[in-house]
Design a protein around this ligand. Structure first.
Ligand code: GCB
Length: 597
């Protein structure tokens, strides 16, 4: 799916800013509501999570529908064009009306959706766009959740959203809303796959063009020189001696697609940037451009004070700056697709991305570990369809990003439970069919040991989230080290695949110190990391380490967390804890390539 682009043939209007907002409380019948403007609204920014922008707990913890509305003009010069209304993401479900007419709906809180609204807009007066957002998670959605509705002793209905993942269920319109034009003869999509052989870049492209007569394609280098060209909706272009996209040294080419009408006039054009690079798993190595790469970095979150999961370009720039400062070369989009804006920045900055589907919490026993109810996950969830949709939409959105080197089909599912293989096999097949060029993985939960795990054969890289020394062997790093080493060696013998520690970390209260490293202190976080580092450095099949987490982040209220998850190497407002200096020292001495001989 193409990102909205203003160019010689396309225009973009930004609909971000303050919208009118209200809770659906009491429940409002949509049909009544959309005939006239929303009443009794409060101002609400887009993009942002709505949860923490007022002092009202009812808004923070709201479960169900909320409404957003604003007015906008469409320039008369846009008449006779396609006018596409596009949402970067609405979490988790959105339904959209233009001038009271329903135009689209979308489930899945982290991927874009759009529709041509030309038939519904006025050119001689204001237009009104109304969006209903719903944040309910259930056993059919990705991520999953369960809605608990009960009546209290006073007869009042109490609604509670239970969910099995460890980050706050921020909701709202999280990413930009844009209106853009194309001609009626237009480029719907572009797919680019690259390979390299004998100093030649092989660029395979496919353009999906509506009502086309003729298609021209050019490859431009960073100085806008044409280095290759072709015609037709698909083909292969060879680039001699290409400058490869490398971690830490990004080089981006542009694939320009022009659509021409019968008279040879250009009716639509689109510039898609891409990198020439290869990715491959071979033996116990992860190869980028044929060289063994070592992942150093973090599992992250889109999370910040005040605006929650709403896009902030400022936070993103700050985070990339901190990642560079500390010497990281990669991050994982735990536990959902991040904004398109982040992905574009990672391409540009040469940061490697492990790209994750929002399939988190697929583990009924883990999620419900405080309850006596034990359910088999795969007999309980009904997520196969939404999971397929989430995979399809992620790959459609991110397939052309050189920064993306691996797909994550799920985080910590119940891989040790009966039925896991049958659940995942079709999803993995789908992922490979949609993108045969990148490896994939299913990130493993601690209970899915080499003996217990039923799904590791489906992954190209064994990705492990491990908490020896925290949830297990709490406070005992000596035992933690032995257990970690033992398990990793078992993985080597069981799988003969590369092993990547995608999570390991200790909750740490910034400023809490102790000469004797004890849990929650900054010193313990440092000792914890050093313990893991010792083991990683002994084992050549360990090809990466992502600390959990880059920064402290918000979680739901509960007895397990004090003001959120504190496993950040940085605080939530991005101040370094002591561990940041330790990591910086380590990362500076780890090259991107050939760290493990
Ligand atoms: C995990 C999860 C992550 C949690 C983390 C923790 O394994 O993947 O979402 O936040 O553990 O801190 O417990």
């Amino acid at each position: 799916m193409l990102y909205p682009q203003a160019n010689t043939k396309r225009e973009v209007i930004d609909l971000n800013g303050i919208w009118n907002f209200k809770l659906d409380d009491p429940y409002v019948v949509p049909n009544d509501l959309i005939q006239s403007k929303l009443q009794d609204t409060i101002p609400m920014p887009v993009p942002a999570s709505y949860n923490e922008l007022t002092e009202d707990i009812k808004i923070k913890e709201h479960v169900g529908n909320v409404w957003y509305e604003r007015e906008f003009y469409v320039p008369q010069s846009w008449n006779n064009k396609r006018i596409v209304l596009r949402f970067g993401s609405v979490t988790h479900y959105g339904k959209v009306w233009v001038n009271g007419q329903e135009v689209m709906e979308h489930s899945g809180g982290y991927t874009p959706f759009e529709e041509n609204i030309a038939p519904y807009v006025h050119f001689d007066r204001k237009n009104r766009v109304t969006v209903m957002v719903n944040n309910v998670l259930d056993l059919t959605t990705i991520p999953i959740g369960e809605l608990e509705i009960r009546t209290n002793s006073e007869g009042k209905e109490i609604k509670r959203q239970n969910y099995f993942h460890d980050f706050f269920n921020y909701s709202g319109i999280h990413r930009p809303i844009k209106l853009y034009t194309t001609s009626n003869q237009f480029i719907q999509d572009i797919t680019i796959q690259t390979d390299v052989a004998d100093h030649t870049g092989i660029v395979k492209y496919e353009a999906q063009v509506e009502e086309s007569s003729q298609v021209q394609v050019f490859i431009l280098d960073e100085n806008d020189n044409i280095v290759g060209e072709a015609s037709g909706v698909n083909g292969v272009i060879y680039v001699n001696n290409p400058i490869l996209w490398e971690p830490g040294a990004a080089y981006l080419y542009t694939l320009r697609v022009n659509v021409l009408d019968v008279n040879g006039h250009i009716t639509d054009t689109y510039d898609e940037s891409f990198g020439i690079r290869t990715v491959k798993v071979e033996g116990c190595q992860f190869l980028i451009n044929g060289k063994p790469f070592y992942f150093k970095g973090f599992g992250k979150h889109e999370d910040a004070e005040i605006h929650g999961k709403g896009l902030s370009e400022a936070i993103n720039v700050k985070d990339f700056s901190l990642m560079k400062w500390i010497g990281a070369n990669s991050f994982r989009t735990s536990h959902y697709p991040y904004s398109e804006e982040i992905m574009r920045m990672a391409d540009r900055e040469g940061i490697v991305v492990v790209d994750e589907v929002p399939a988190v919490g697929l583990h009924m026993t883990l999620g419900g570990f405080m309850s006596s109810q034990k359910r088999n996950t795969w007999e309980t969830v009904q997520t196969q369809e939404s999971h397929k949709q989430a995979i399809t939409e992620l790959i459609a959105r991110d397939k052309n990003h050189p920064c993306v080197v691996m797909w994550v089909v799920a985080n910590e599912p119940a891989g040790e439970e009966e039925g896991a293989y049958e659940y995942f096999k079709p999803l993995v097949d789908l992922t490979r069919e949609l993108d045969p060029t990148r490896p994939l993985t299913i990130v493993s939960f601690q209970a899915a040991t080499p003996k217990a795990c039923k799904i590791h054969s489906l992954s190209d890289v064994i990705c492990l989230n491990r908490y020896y020394g925290w949830y297990f062997n709490s406070g005992d790093l000596e035992t933690a080290e032995l257990e970690l080493r033992k398990e990793l060696l078992e993985w080597r013998d069981t799988s003969e695949k590369p092993v990547f520690l995608t999570e390991f970390g200790a909750d740490t209260l910034h400023g809490l110190t102790s000469a004797v490293p004890t849990m929650w202190t900054e010193e313990y976080q440092c000792e914890f990391l050093k313990t893991y580092h010792r083991v990683f450095d002994e084992l050549d099949f360990v090809i990466g380490e992502h600390v959990w987490n880059f920064a402290d982040f918000a979680t739901k209220q509960g007895i397990m967390r004090v003001d959120g998850n504190k496993k950040g190497v940085f605080t939530r407002d991005r101040k370094p804890k002591k561990a940041a200096y330790l990591l910086r020292e380590r990362y500076k001495n780890i090259a991107n390539y050939y760290y493990k001989k």
